[in-house]
Design a protein around this ligand. Sequence first.
Ligand SMILES: NC(=O)c1ccc[n+]([C@@H]2O[C@H](COP(=O)([O-])OP(=O)(O)OC[C@H]3O[C@@H](n4cnc5c(N)ncnc54)[C@H](O)[C@@H]3O)[C@@H](O)[C@H]2O)c1
Length: 320
Amino acid sequence: MHKSSSAASFGPGGLDLSKAFFTPISGGAPSSATKRPTKITVVGVGNVGMAIAQTILTQDLADELALIDAKEDKLRGEMLDLQHAAAFLPRTKIHASIDYAITANSDLCIVTAGARQNPGESRLNLLQRNVALFKHIVPPLAKYSPDCIIMVVSNPVDVLTYVAWRLSGFPANRVIGSGTNLDSSRFRFLIADHLDVNAQDVQRQQIAYEKETLENIHKEVVQSAYEVIRLKGYTSWAIGYSVASLARTLLRDQRRIHPVSVLAKGFYDIDGGEVFLSLPAQLGRNGVLGVANVHLTDEETQQLRNSAKTILEVQSQLGV
Ligand SMILES: NC(=O)c1ccc[n+]([C@@H]2O[C@H](COP(=O)([O-])OP(=O)(O)OC[C@H]3O[C@@H](n4cnc5c(N)ncnc54)[C@H](O)[C@@H]3O)[C@@H](O)[C@H]2O)c1
């Protein structure tokens, strides 16, 4: 496949056009003090992967973007389509290939590749197919970018984050799932809409709401993704912004708290095994820096433990 680069080549003579436009100044060559470029890889250029890629570009989060997929034509088409917007965007070098060598030295690798559920197929079978995909995806990512942070977006996100953690051999602080970051945003939108305020001002604070209003908003959050999928076939824009906000916090060491899938063992009385759950985690350049201690009711603690138990049962059938 034609490996991309954002740079065009000019004819067989190899004419260096840059010299025709600029006269280099002495000492202008890159020095060791020059900042290393920030590089993000996105695996899977479907609806979700492309929404993430385009948000990363418009928000100027990377100097280099590497796109990986199994479909060569789709991959090249998406790469060219993004490159053609270069005149309207901050400068980012875009690569695309089925060869993981282009992902080398990434700071952040975002995995969105996933199999689609066949009619009548069980969720466990779909999960097993996704585990098989991850066996092709995660080891080469870890090989080419041994110091990167891996962010899993593919569903079921908690279990696949565990799978990515096992397959990568990385410490748990460098493997994160997008978790309920998007669901939180949906929750904040619905509360903001109800109160007619800005969603960015909806924070973690105890405000007295009518029980019924809160229950309705909760129900709506749970149904949100299904509703969008029913109407347009998939979700993309909100998950794109959600993951870009995580990328910003991680790569710019913002140390913000996000509800994301992290290794939950030892937090909130979850001790039974290695399971990834969405918890309020502080994120920075080293990945997960800590987990916030939010007060939970006994019922909420029990719900978390039940989720952990269910996920562990599923994981025991995966052979990873
Ligand atoms: N975590 C969340 O909040 C959230 C939100 C939305 C979607 N998702 C999940 O994201 C995933 C992707 O959704 P989508 O709508 O983009 O699906 P999609 O079918 O449009 O895209 C999936 C892409 O993965 C690629 N792919 C398949 N096998 C591959 C392999 N071995 N290597 C590289 N690429 C491969 C496909 O070619 C395709 O381009 C799904 O699992 C979906 O459930 C998660």
